[in-house]
Design a binder for this molecule. Structure first.
Ligand SMILES: Cc1ncc(COP(=O)(O)O)c(C=O)c1O
Length: 301
């Protein structure tokens, strides 16, 4: 039987860097006039911590800074302060597997939406344990439904910006739960696959691996990037191309990628089975990913 951590125990293990101090997460507080809380005005990263350090640290910091630039959020004194928060949290967490949630909000301002009323962004970094999929789920693959919600186009709310505005993703996930599924496949306005609620998606056919381009509404996931690199190293043909739901039914294997989720096979979509014929290749990619994780981690001293 899979071991599960009771919610209280998980909360006790969760720590938070805030205002330069490390606290139990249950004791950390955000002011109610913070625009991250009021309007989802801010950016964030979900980052894996390995026993060696912070996974793809420079890439995460680049994605965070790009997202901040895209919403006009600057950090007085520069982003090095944000990097330090991640490093200090990781040191406090210790040399073990974990997960960081690094958040930069617009900070405290007036009650109206105007971001120019917020002089100082707030930086918060939470560390908690990894949340591996149960062995039963991993063995059967996730059950997906196609969400009735479309991913917003880049000229509405660019999905490539990892902002605190995740209601589209939250509602897709809720729809999946309400309909008894594990997660939701999200299409863009043209009916092409973007990704899932908070993971990227891949379809393997023979030795060809396809994933939608980020311009179809996917975040540029760093697990996605790592899998793409490993696929090329393993001699697979790696393509970024638009995919429809039919491509998933035609594939030999479909899987999702994300920092918290790792690499997770898909078992069904909208009640129809997805092939498992490509799972041996998927397993090889997963093993290569696990082996590569520490090498791609930056020690924090
Ligand atoms: C919308 C969305 N897509 C994909 C991903 C996967 O990205 P990564 O592999 O960097 O965790 C995430 C991660 O949180 C996400 O929020």
């Amino acid at each position: 039987m899979a071991q599960t951590t009771p919610p209280q125990a998980a909360a006790a293990q969760t720590i938070c860097w805030i205002d330069g101090k490390i606290l139990p997460a249950s004791e950390a507080r955000i002011p109610v006039l913070d625009h991250g809380f009021l309007f989802g005005d801010g950016v964030f990263e979900g980052i894996r911590v390995t026993r060696r350090g912070i996974f793809r640290f420079p890439d995460h910091m680049k994605r965070l800074e790009t997202a901040a630039r895209a919403i006009g959020l600057t950090v007085p004194g520069g982003f090095e302060r944000v990097h330090d928060a991640a490093r200090e949290t990781t040191r406090a967490w210790g040399p073990r597997e974990g997960y960081l949630r690094l958040i930069v909000t617009r900070g405290i301002g007036a009650l109206g939406i105007d971001p120019s009323t917020c002089p100082e962004p707030a930086i918060v970094c939470i560390a908690t344990g990894a949340a591996p999929l149960s062995p039963e789920k991993a063995a059967r693959g996730l059950d997906l439904i196609t969400s009735s919600l479309r991913r917003p186009p880049a000229d509405v709310l660019d999905p490539r910006v990892k902002s605190l505005n995740y209601l589209n993703n939250v509602l897709a996930k809720r729809e999946a739960s309400v309909r008894g599924a594990d997660d939701a496949l999200v299409l863009n306005g043209r009916g092409l696959i973007a990704e899932c609620s908070a993971t990227n998606i891949f379809a393997l056919s023979g030795r060809t691996l396809d994933t939608p381009p980020t311009t179809d509404g996917a975040l540029e996931g760093l697990t996605r990037r790592t899998v793409m690199e490993l696929a090329v190293e393993q001699g697979l043909e790696m393509r970024e191309r638009s995919l429809g739901r039919f491509d998933l039914y035609a594939a030999d294997a479909v899987f999702l990628t994300g920092t918290r989720a790792g690499i997770v096979p898909v078992g069904s979509l909208d009640g129809s089975a997805i092939s498992t014929a490509g799972w041996p290749i998927l397993r090889a990619l997963s093993e290569a990913f696990d082996q590569r994780a520490e090498a791609l981690s930056t020690p924090v001293g």
